[in-house]
Design a protein around this ligand. Structure first.
Ligand SMILES: [Zn+2]
Length: 546
């Protein structure tokens, strides 16, 4: 209800009427003038009535606005949803599946490609000091010996003495953790290396491995990239691609599988370089929800609100490390994944190569888990490869005028884990209880659905013309089956941000309706402007639905 009252003021002997409203501000009642109503009581009453009616109408309209509620979903329900809609299938489904392997369906491959393209555009194309490579999946096995993977890249398989469930634990957790299902004691089944073995060649086969990470490709190609790309220190090499780990206990849908994609940057810099020239105030002011090492030492998981700037002051990381952690957070924010937290590794859990590591965790239905990470790998990898290959991997550093063996900052991303986080975040329901997948427009698998209002040739003709035109630039669908409401619901469910309807006015006035997924609001746009309008809407250059 709109609460307002009329007051009369006498100014220089004349009457003036105003509409006022009382509001409570910080415990005190304050009067605010909303409008001037006129000079006579009759005129003022009429105007007041109009204003109040207008106000009530606005409130009514607000009530009618669509409310989407974020739905909690279990990971199994999400897997079922992904299968039913064609996002992700079990690998080898007709043979009963194959644990730890997944296939992307028609919608899943579009969604995943969009995420991968967003990543590549942000971290490679738009950065002046990063170049990309794509390495082979199988490489000389001496790489994995030098990197320490053959010796250290293992988990311990355990069986619970009480409930007999088997799982894996990290070496550092041996004797410290209890069964996650029943709290029973674990019995070790031994150390298992996670590298996938394969044989290369026929007559005298050489035992080799499918890569367990993308990073080694950047280290072994470091000097060639430096020589050929005209990059000077500091610079980064990025790569995204399939990796393989023979997980003891794959679980949680795409989260822990045996074949997956990593997106990774190895950023090489002079080991003596302390200042990061790219660190801006925007980076320093980024808010971080941090679970620091000290808190974890006290067996607590309490988060601290801090900033990248404060973390730097506390010497938790170096400037270039801070820059890359900040860039990672900015990218997650650009996908509307703001519920991330940063977990600092304790000294006893740092990988064999790292001097400081942070996990970027997301709240999944099965708990807060790592979606990305950021490690300071120091000179470990290049030193190892220098020793094993007997090649000098030093490069000339112009600012210092000397040859140096660079140290490395490594921002890394689990690409399927990002896809999973986006689906968890997007899964919502409208007031009718129908699923609306609120994916960011730029990564939605289908950008628009084009409907003829009814199945009649005059509408179908224009619809197909629009469909063919838009299809050149975007992944769009043509849908003429069922009621308009049914078609909206079908597209909301898979996250299509826009539905375009060709109706009677499209034939007469040559315009069509664009309907927005999240607000269900509609606007009319000239048929010839549809493609450009959709492009601007996807890139958030305009907003027609506020
Ligand atoms: Zn148990």
């Amino acid at each position: 209800m709109f609460m307002a009252f009329m007051v009369k003021k006498k100014i220089s002997g004349k009457d003036y009427y105003y509409l006022n409203e009382n509001k409570r501000v910080e415990g005190k009642v304050k009067t605010k003038t909303l409008a001037y109503l006129g000079k006579t009581e009759k005129e003022a009453k009429k105007k007041m009535k109009e204003i109040i009616e207008e106000g009530n109408k606005k409130e009514e309209k607000k009530k009618e606005e669509v409310v989407l509620t974020k739905e909690k979903i279990t990971i199994d329900d999400l897997a079922n949803f992904c299968k039913a809609k064609g996002f992700v299938f079990r690998s080898s489904d007709i043979y009963g599946g194959f644990a730890g392997f997944w296939d992307f369906g028609p919608l899943g491959v579009e969604l995943f490609n969009n995420i991968k393209n967003e990543w590549w555009n942000y971290f490679v194309r738009s950065k002046e000091n990063v170049v990309g490579i794509e390495g082979s999946i199988i490489s000389n096995p001496r790489i994995w010996e030098a990197s320490g993977h053959l010796e250290n890249f293992s988990d311990i398989a355990v069986i619970c003495k009480k409930c007999k469930k088997s799982t894996k634990i990290d070496k550092s957790e041996l004797g410290k953790v209890k069964c996650e299902f029943c709290g029973g004691e674990y019995e070790s089944q031994g150390d298992f290396n996670l590298m996938f073995k394969t044989n290369v060649g026929a007559t005298i086969p050489l035992e080799s491995y499918l890569r367990g990470e993308t990073a080694q490709g950047m280290f072994t190609n470091f000097k060639l990239v430096h020589q050929t790309s005209r990059m000077q220190l500091p610079f980064g090499i990025a790569q995204m691609g399939r990796c393989f780990r023979n997980e003891i206990a794959p679980r949680d849908f795409l989260f822990r599988s045996r074949e997956f994609h990593i997106g990774e940057i190895e950023f090489f810099l002079n080991p003596d370089e302390k200042k990061c020239s790219l660190l801006t105030k925007e980076h320093l002011d980024i808010k971080v929800r941090l679970l620091d090492a000290e808190t974890q030492e006290k067996n607590s998981e309490e988060l601290k609100e801090t900033t990248i700037g404060k973390m730097l002051k506390e010497n938790r990381l170096e400037e270039w490390h801070a820059y890359w952690l900040a860039e990672q957070i900015l990218w997650f924010n650009s996908l509307n994944l703001r519920e991330i937290k940063i977990r600092e590794h304790k000294k006893d859990e740092l990988s064999h190569y790292s001097s400081a590591t942070f996990d970027i965790d997301y709240e999944y239905p099965f708990g807060s888990r790592e979606v990305a990470g950021n490690a300071n790998r120091g000179q470990f990898d290049l030193k190892q490869h220098e020793k094993a290959s007997r090649q000098n991997l030093e490069v000339f550093d112009e600012p210092s005028g000397s040859k140096v063996l660079p140290k490395v900052i490594e921002p890394t991303f689990g690409m399927e884990r990002i896809l999973l986080a986006l689906l968890v975040k997007a899964y919502s329901k409208n007031s009718k209880g129908e699923i609306v997948l609120q994916l960011p427009r730029k990564i939605a698998p289908v950008k628009a659905a084009i409907f003829p209002i009814v199945k009649k040739s005059e509408f179908e003709e224009i619809s197909k013309m629009v469909f063919k035109d838009l299809k050149k630039d975007f992944n769009v669908v043509y849908d003429s089956g069922g009621s308009i409401g049914r078609r909206y619901a079908r597209n909301d469910e898979i996250g299509t941000p826009f539905c375009i309807t060709i109706d009677g006015d499209s034939i007469k006035g040559k315009d069509a309706t664009i309907r927005d997924r999240d607000t269900t609001k509609q606007v009319r746009v000239k048929v010839q402007d549809l493609k450009e309008t959709i492009r601007k809407l996807i890139n958030e250059e305009i907003d027609l639905f506020k």
